[in-house]
Ligand binder design. Structure first.
Ligand SMILES: Nc1nc2c(ncn2[C@@H]2O[C@H](COP(=O)(O)OP(=O)(O)OP(=O)(O)O)[C@@H](O)[C@H]2O)c(=O)[nH]1
Ligand SMILES: [Mg+2]
Length: 312
């Protein structure tokens, strides 16, 4: 039952119930989205082997009887090279500034990089008083037993070794994160796992399939707009437009005789169908919009909206 004045869901949670925000941050491609999907036990965020997959902060909501944790899945911190990159950095910094706990994911399949040094500095500058937990991820690919190169990067509250992909060590990490949350109410209904709509998830799944099937510059040059999303009686009809930045990219996404776009469509349709558990008709079109990553009004249209100055 929702209390109309507060929006807080009044249920029978214990007196010492905890709730709060955990900002999940780190370089691109270290496994932030994979870890959040592992914690929630279902896929809410797309994850690919290509860096800069996540573009917009998305909230994963983890609810147990004694706590509710809002996990902010942020875009990987990197040097911005266009307006889109600036948007992504803004999203990540915004999240880590206001979190109750910061969770820094490090990729132990390779040594720390200068980007990690930069993140350490960002955390010191922007969130000096916030408890910091390190998650050393991809331990399934780490060579040796020495993790000091990662743990020496910054002072931290605690450190956990995990494999998000194999769901190894994740439970202990989650239990500790809950201990660090302040006492507070349950903000979302127990069955809500994310803050985004199915329309957004559908666009993300399509973008993921384009990213998985293409190489080099294309994964970063793709944006997906859901033109129409209708739940009819017998099936859901989705019309989406895939935007790229150049004619040559459009040719690759369509493929020989339309083979590539067909493959992307089939993969996306199956996954969306599994998620919503009903038949899906998916219609994809590919368009070119030169330099859209510097075009703020287009970015807003596809959901990459800079916060207003006063919210920042
Ligand atoms: N071997 C191994 N691979 C992992 C692990 N966790 C994630 N990966 C892989 O790492 C790649 C990147 O994962 P993502 O979850 O997309 O990474 P991210 O940090 O969200 O990346 P951005 O959104 O680009 O910032 C994917 O191919 C994952 O399958 C792990 O524990 N072990
Ligand atoms: Mg991600």
């Amino acid at each position: 039952m929702s209390d109309e004045n507060t929006g807080i869901f009044q249920e029978d949670w214990p007196e010492d119930h905890r709730s709060g925000v955990v900002a999940v941050i780190g370089r691109p491609n270290v496994g932030k989205s994979t870890l959040i999907n592992a914690i929630l036990g279902q896929k809410i965020a797309i994850a690919t082997p290509k860096p800069q997959t996540t573009r917009r902060t998305q909230v994963g909501i983890y609810t147990v009887p004694q706590a509710q944790m809002m996990l902010f899945d942020t875009p990987g911190l990197h040097k911005a090279r266009n307006r889109m990159g600036e948007f992504m950095m803004n999203e990540a910094q915004f999240a880590l500034k206001d979190a109750d706990v910061n969770l820094w994911i490090l990729d132990t399949s390779e040594p720390p990089t200068t980007a990690d040094t930069y993140i350490a500095q960002t955390l010191k500058d922007m969130a000096p008083g916030t408890p910091l937990v390190l998650a050393l991820n991809k331990i399934d690919q780490h060579k040796g037993e020495d993790y000091s190169a990662y743990t020496d990067l910054i002072e931290h509250e605690s450190v956990y070794r995990v494999s998000a992909l194999k769901n190894d060590g994740v439970e202990a990490l989650v239990n500790h994160l809950i201990e660090l949350l302040p006492e507070g109410p349950r903000y979302y209904p127990v069955d809500q796992v994310s803050d985004v709509t199915m329309r957004f998830v559908a666009a993300e799944v399509i973008r993921e399939k384009v990213m998985m099937n293409t190489e080099q510059e294309i994964p970063h040059a793709v944006a997906v707009e859901i033109f129409d999303y209708k739940d009819n009686e017998d099936r859901t009809n989705i019309h989406a437009i895939i935007y790229v930045e150049r004619d040559s990219q459009k040719g690759i996404v369509i493929g020989k005789g339309g083979a590539m776009i067909k493959q992307i469509g089939t993969q996306a349709r199956h996954e969306i169908m599994e998620m919503i558990e009903r038949p899906v008709h998916l219609d994809l079109r590919v368009k070119v919009l030169k330099n859209w990553r510097s075009n703020e009004s287009f970015m807003r249209r596809v959901g990459y909206r800079f916060p207003k100055k006063e919210d920042n």
